[in-house]
Design a protein around this ligand. Structure first.
Ligand SMILES: Cc1cc2nc3c(=O)[nH]c(=O)nc-3n(C[C@H](O)[C@H](O)[C@H](O)COP(=O)(O)OP(=O)(O)OC[C@H]3O[C@@H](n4cnc5c(N)ncnc54)[C@H](O)[C@@H]3O)c2cc1C
Length: 464
């Protein structure tokens, strides 16, 4: 028992939430090891480094991390400024991970492949809560741990293109033509889009962001073409209310997008879902099925999937998880963030109790904790790890005193919410509400063209 308590707590992921957990563990004097799959802190954030976030610095810095950085003489950024993802890494996450209190405990190139209990598979109950966790890395190395804080995010598991939540036919074979959400169209990835035809699939802010960049590229580079396919019968949710929109940034974003569509710079296909992809002569043919049953084929050079993200629970498959069947968040958290019910996901303060699984000592936190809900905020994750770490330190009063200090307005600083390329990247939301970082609030309740049963492809040898 004592031996178990001497073991380190493993934190998976050195993103904003994982490093905040490490800072909290340091403050409590609890030994920890942070395992990061990438080569740098904030490896996932770095990949969307060209996007400017919509919450100002003051909400993006964890209080415990801040204390450690301040002690080291860190020059804090302007609290009201909106950093890009790259600035978030360079000005905050990297200096944090470099601190002597944290640096020796962060391992890079350490991808966690599986977590279990030492000597116990998921079926065994006797002695389970006192058995150490066994954490296996992709390179075969293994660690034992007292507890596991899984802050591995969702960036590396984007949703598929297929409308049923399954890959569209041929999606895997067409991987060479597919882009992850939010490519750096005007920067590092420009060469893949110049003079080419790109299809963007999805109706959230990621899609809007990419479309605006592609339209800018198309204006400067002849031969660059842009098509946008959405399942909704109209792009109303993505456009917002234009000048009359209650949320000005959403209105501005939507108005610009609409102007490009109206001018024919972006070809919009509504009511379509991706049915199949077929590589053809160095390009890819995409079969788009309309709800009515008709199929339109379009041949393009690149396809950007901007359809959101999902958590990868496979690494915890040997643990006893209690997951909500819809979102893949814990069952207790899911109703608080369900995007089917909430236009933008209200975020009441929550901590260890809501995040607990039957597997005592395993907590998924941060972006991953929200499952498929697209409304996670760093500030929420920082409060999650404060509570979880307090519980691991035995301070249950502090663990249960959960608070989320979001302001009346301004978490999403709408007036200046622009992408690094000059485009608006988000919509502001009301006080105390989650912000849509993937699919815009309420999008799931927007009307879509359902695929009619008689329009679905028949299977096997009976296909007509
Ligand atoms: C474009 C965009 C804009 C956003 N804007 C905002 C905003 O304005 N305000 C806001 O509050 N939130 C915003 N978010 C949402 C969210 O706060 C961020 O995604 C944030 O980075 C989540 O932090 P995280 O630490 O939970 O996950 P991540 O940042 O995704 O970090 C997870 C880390 O785990 C590592 N990892 C993954 N799998 C493994 C594994 N198996 N083993 C080891 N390591 C692993 C990854 O390499 C990564 O470094 C935005 C998100 C996106 C995508």
């Amino acid at each position: 028992m004592n031996a178990l308590h001497d073991l380190p707590i493993v934190v998976i992921g050195a993103g904003p939430t994982g490093l905040a957990a490490a800072a909290r563990l340091h403050e409590h004097g609890l030994p920890c090891t942070v395992l990061e799959a990438g080569d740098t802190p904030g490896a996932a954030v770095r990949q969307w480094g060209h996007v400017r976030v919509f919450s100002p610095w003051r909400y993006n810095i964890d209080p415990a991390a801040r204390r450690l950085l301040d002690e080291a003489g860190w020059i804090a950024p302007d609290p009201e400024a909106l950093p890009t993802g790259a600035e978030l890494v360079d000005d905050y996450l990297r200096p944090l991970a470099q601190l002597p209190q944290l640096k020796p405990h962060v391992r890079y190139g350490a991808r966690v492949e599986a977590i279990s209990r030492l000597g116990l598979d998921r079926l065994r109950t006797a002695g389970r809560d006192t058995a150490p966790f066994l954490v296996r890395l992709a390179d075969g190395d293994e660690l034992v741990a007292r507890a596991v804080i899984d802050a591995s995010g969702t960036w590396s598991t984007p949703n598929v293109l297929g409308a049923s939540g399954l890959r569209a036919r041929g999606e895997a074979d067409a991987a060479a033509y597919l882009e992850h959400a939010l490519p750096d169209v005007l920067g590092a990835d420009r060469g893949r889009f110049v003079g080419r035809h790109t299809l963007v699939v999805g109706a959230g802010h990621s899609a809007a962001n990419t479309l605006l960049s592609l339209a800018e590229l198309a204006a400067a580079e002849p031969g660059t073409e842009v098509t946008w396919a959405i399942r909704a019968t109209a792009p109303t949710r993505t456009y917002g209310g234009g000048n009359a929109d209650a949320l000005p940034a959403r209105g501005a974003l939507g108005a610009r997008l609409r102007a490009h569509v109206d001018a024919g710079r972006i070809r919009l296909l509504t009511g379509f879902s991706v049915q199949a992809l077929t590589p053809t002569d160095g390009r890819v043919s995409v079969a788009l099925r309309h709800g009515g049953g008709s199929v339109e084929s379009i041949t393009v050079d690149r396809v950007v999937g901007a359809t959101g993200f999902r958590p990868d629970h496979s690494i915890a498959a040997e643990l006893r998880l209690d997951l909500d069947p819809v979102l893949g968040a814990t069952r207790a958290l899911a109703p608080l963030i369900d995007p089917n019910e909430h236009s933008c996901g209200t975020v009441p303060p929550h901590g260890v109790d809501v995040l607990a699984h039957p597997e005592q000592g395993y907590y998924a936190v941060g972006m991953k904790s929200y499952g498929r809900a697209p409304t996670f905020l760093m500030a929420t994750g920082y409060e999650q790890v404060r509570s979880v770490v307090a519980a691991l330190a035995g301070d249950w009063a502090a663990a249960r005193d959960v608070q989320l200090d979001l302001p009346e307005t301004g978490v999403c600083s709408s007036d200046s919410a622009v992408s690094a390329g000059g485009d608006d990247c988000c919509e502001p939301q009301a006080a105390g509400r989650g912000l849509s970082t993937g699919i815009s609030g309420g999008l799931l309740s927007a009307p879509i063209s359902l695929i009619a049963l008689d329009a679905a492809p028949a299977g096997g040898c009976c296909a007509s």
